[in-house]
Design a protein. Sequence first.
Length: 199
Amino acid sequence: MPIHEATLSALSSPVPIDSENARDLALMQGVATGSEEAMRELVERHQNRVFGTIVRMLGSEREAEDLAQQVFVRVWKSAPRYQPTAKFTTWLYTIVRHLVFNESRRREKSSLSDELDDSLHDERQPSPADDLLASEKMQAIQAAIEALPEQQRLAVIMRRYDDVPYEEIAAVLKQTVPGVKSLLFRARQTLRESLTRYL
């Protein structure tokens, strides 16, 4: 059964609703009733953003695929209890944050290598010197981002790659907006120092 925007009238959300968020909330209401169609659309709307954020946090496409699936499994399971107290994407990023931070800590405890996954390397044959330098620069940027503390790393990825507003990043990281700006400032300083040779 298709999900219509009118179903939002049943939601008493204190959150200002834009058209994108309205659609997400309508879909979540459908997911809560077990609608696979609604879940499919929700995944299609957000899978690129979720996957992109995770792969930039962890540096491995294979692990990012597994974790992205876990994110949407949690969305499915949580839908009956979901309350729209914030934008849907804020809630979604909070799930991503929780899973990614747990995975980062698991990696540290098990002393896994932090080398970049081969799947992130430039697949082109780096014959010209320019291509080689560009590939090396991309790897250096990825490695520098991965070396940032968890909160700084997620703030940089959300802001730089997904253009998420400061207010939403603050809600996901449980920080104030000035706190987020401070995190980003420190992260940028660290990245500049780490990438001096490429700047």
